[in-house]
Design a binder for this molecule. Structure first.
Ligand SMILES: [Fe+2]
Length: 450
């Protein structure tokens, strides 16, 4: 069986304390750099109306670590119990009316940062010296709580990045040394490949991976019938054709829910696009560009599904994505689309290397056995699979509400990873999910027939 991750930070009885502390510190550094991008006066802004203000997240990251490792795991009293309630959990409301008022009193930024420093000291001390791996405690078994906090923080760094994406440019500063965007020319010709019927392994077996979130278990094999799938993600150029042929006016292309969202919000183009003097521009993290035709289009599930129907095709299922990304003509399955080597920057646009996408097909070394590009990185990929538990699912002891609240039939599975997905989250079994009308995330798609 192929190994699922290169980070053997924990085994059944052993946690590499030094590696855990290094990872924790690296996470905290990256979060601090992200908060530094935002102008001080904007820290109470709510760049995405359905999410908490920025200030919440600066408290949430350390509070989550305290709640999970120190309180739930080690049964400590905590550092600042009111903060650990206030900053406990993010929100995913259906509409703005359910969002707590902006007037909710948040502590000052100084208080929140002081809390973060105290939390860091206590967490590092715990990782260095405490009994964070105990067979007799389900929260600590196999280092569960430690690994939960170590993966939680980079997941939020992606949230922060796409949230910052919505801030006006005058409210953020470009970090020094940021790479220049690669706009590219025209995209490669649209092309599809036929994937023969075969097996795909979804999820992971608990004993095979050092850590996984609850929705990744249990691993199981699915028989996938033959299908045809795009080699590249749908590009801005492709999507322009849909916009140009009035795809946003044709109710017949949209699901009922998708059409309602389109009409109620007067959605007429992807959220990352803007119209300037009769031309389309792409709203990048720090600059606007003339719409790069070869970049993957970032759209909601509703838009992706309407486009696919317009092309007389559909979105792939989660199992089809697995088969296309990790399957091989010989029948073996890989850990990564390209094979067993761990992710690096020659394989895709991920792990925070860039602030914006790059042209599709930029990473030949990242192609799958069937020749598909950009399966990991450069944008999550929407699937037609409703987010739900695999057979054998159990809420995780370290964070029991991680997935269960979202098994409501209204969230869709996304696979792969984006430019802002940490490479530690690029394991095959990792699943992401969002509502179908959520247009902010770095999510693209490809089309399937058959
Ligand atoms: Fe969180």
């Amino acid at each position: 069986m192929a190994k699922m991750t290169e980070i053997a930070i924990a085994t059944d009885r052993f946690l590499d304390r030094r590696a855990a502390v290094d990872w924790y510190r690296a996470n905290r550094r990256r979060s601090a750099e992200l908060f530094e991008i935002v102008a001080p006066e904007a820290h109470h802004d709510r760049p995405i109306p359905l999410r908490n203000p920025i200030v919440f997240y600066e408290g949430h990251l350390p509070a989550f670590s305290v709640n999970t490792l120190l309180k739930r795991g080690l049964r400590d009293p905590g550092i600042n119990p009111p903060f650990e309630v206030l900053f406990e959990r993010g929100i995913d409301p259906e509409d703005v009316s359910a969002v707590p008022g902006a007037s909710a009193g948040w502590p000052s930024r100084d208080e929140i940062q002081a809390y973060g420093r105290a939390a860091d000291r206590a967490i590092i001390e715990a990782l260095e010296t405490r009994d964070v791996m105990r067979e007799d405690n389900p929260v600590l078994r196999r280092g569960l709580a430690a690994l939960t906090i170590l993966e939680h923080e980079p997941m939020h760094q992606e949230t922060l990045r796409y949230m910052w994406h919505r801030l006006p440019y005058e409210k953020k500063r470009t970090p020094r040394g940021s790479p220049k965007p690669v706009l590219g020319g025209n995209p490669p010709a649209r092309e599809a490949v036929r994937i023969p019927a075969g097996r795909a392994t979804l999820g992971a077996k608990r004993e095979e991976v050092p850590f996984g979130w609850d929705n990744e278990f249990e691993g199981h094999v699915v028989e996938v019938p033959e299908f045809e799938i795009d080699v590249h993600d749908v590009t801005n150029q492709d999507f322009l054709e849909f916009v140009g042929s009035a795809g946003y006016d044709r109710e017949d292309l949209w699901s009922e829910e998708g059409w309602q969202w389109r009409v109620e919000n007067d959605v007429r183009h992807p959220h990352f696009w803007e119209r300037r003097d009769g031309e389309w521009v792409w709203r990048g993290q720090f600059h606007e560009f003339p719409l790069p035709p070869a970049w993957p289009v970032f759209v909601s599930h509703a838009e992706a599904s309407a486009y696919a129907r317009w092309r007389d095709s559909r979105l792939p299922t989660e199992a089809e994505f697995h088969r296309a990304a990790y399957g091989t003509p010989s029948g073996d399955e890989r850990s990564y689309p390209w094979g067993e080597e761990p992710p690096d920057h020659s394989r895709g646009n991920f792990d925070f290397a860039r602030w914006d996408p790059v042209p599709v097909g930029s990473f030949r070394a990242g192609a799958s056995a069937w020749g598909l590009h950009d399966l990991l990185g450069n944008g999550w990929e929407w699937t037609s699979t409703v987010f739900g538990p695999f057979s054998g699912f159990e809420p995780m002891a370290s964070y029991p509400v991680y997935s269960t609240d979202f098994f409501d039939g209204r969230h869709w599975v996304m696979k792969g990873g984006s430019l802002a997905t940490a490479k530690t989250l690029l394991r095959r079994s990792f699943r992401n999910w969002f509502r179908g009308d959520y247009p902010y995330v770095y999510a693209t798609f490809r089309c399937v027939k058959g």
